[in-house]
Design a protein around this ligand. Structure first.
Ligand code: NCD
Length: 306
């Protein structure tokens, strides 16, 4: 049962629970009209202390398409956080107005703190450079829809693997499935954090390679997950400027890739994918954004128990 639960970490739900969310998302995609009023009278609060386009708007679109309503704020400056209010006090207040809350926060662990004090379900919509479990639901539903399975792949994750929270959550979630080979492609300075590497290495059925050059491995990949260098998490501008264009996926590199490669990106993109390949049938990032709305519709329904 997912009713009343929180989603803070991608491992909070079992594989069966995840499958029930993906099955429901598939049903909603096939027949959206039959879900158009299912959350009537319910209210979603989006508490975003950090910028967002897709995550906040897809949560809001999800609730509105289910017939519910939304309220919230989209920057810390426009909330009482600017006056020094604690996350605990904020969630206790929000819980007396809304039925469910999606929270994004620059501090790692803030949505967890909110969940520990909350009588309503709290969804982590990204906490600092830590985790982003609903992007992972999006990524898994996209992969399941494109490939028909969530096992037996070579997955390349490329770019900022150090600060990229979507990468951390996706690695955790995918390592539970059979036959996953991870190829981690990043400059030395942007390798995955030690805690993620240790988790991967301790998992016997997972294979992992770390490499610097995308062109050396692109031909082996079934999925390529590109990421943005996370400017906002750098301590100095010079390091960001040096590393920001470490990878640019372009037409030439795509000629070396498999015919059935799927290119994913959580977006926003900066320079790491050339716009020239947007029309390549292997470019899946804009359909991925759409899956994000459907999977959030399914998630909201499950957590509200409607
Ligand atoms: C990601 C995020 O916020 O972590 N964006 C998103 O939610 N789709 C990725 C990013 O900002 O690079």
């Amino acid at each position: 049962m997912l009713k009343g639960r929180h989603l803070i970490d991608p491992m909070d739900f079992t594989i069966d629970e995840l499958n029930s969310i993906f099955d429901l998302a598939d049903e909603i995609i096939a027949n959206p009209i039959s879900y158009a009023d299912i959350c009537k009278g319910k209210l979603l609060a989006t508490c975003f202390y950090e910028p967002s386009t897709r995550t906040r708007l897809s949560f809001e679109a999800a609730m509105l398409r289910l017939g519910g309503q939304v309220l919230g704020f989209s920057s810390a400056e426009s909330s009482s956080a600017a006056k020094g209010e604690s996350v605990k006090d904020t969630i206790l207040t929000i819980a007396s107005y809304a039925d469910i809350c999606a929270m994004r926060h620059p501090k790692e662990g803030a949505p967890k703190v909110a969940s520990l004090n909350s009588p309503i379900p709290v969804i982590n919509a990204g906490d600092g450079g830590h985790q982003h479990p609903t992007q992972t639901l999006t990524d898994l539903l996209t992969i399941r829809s494109l490939k028909g399975r969530l096992s037996n792949f070579t997955v390349g994750l490329c770019g900022d693997l150090k600060f990229g929270r979507t990468v951390h959550s996706l690695i955790k979630a995918l390592s539970r499935y059979e036959g996953i080979r991870f190829v981690l492609i990043s400059p030395e300075e942007l390798k995955v954090p030690q805690y993620i590497r240790e988790e991967l290495l301790s998992n016997e059925h997972v294979e992992m390679t770390e490499i610097e050059k995308l062109e050396d491995v692109i031909g082996e990949l079934d999925i390529l997950y590109m990421t943005r260098v996370q400017k906002e998490r750098f301590f100095n501008e010079a390091d960001y400027v040096r590393l920001k264009d470490s990878y640019i996926l372009d037409k030439e590199k795509m000629t070396m890739a498999k015919e059935d490669l799927s290119v994913l990106h959580p977006l926003p993109r900066v320079n790491e994918i050339s716009v020239d390949i947007d029309k390549d049938p292997r470019a899946a990032y804009f359909s991925q954004a759409r899956y994000g709305m459907y999977v959030r519709m399914a998630l909201i329904m499950k957590l509200l128990g409607v």
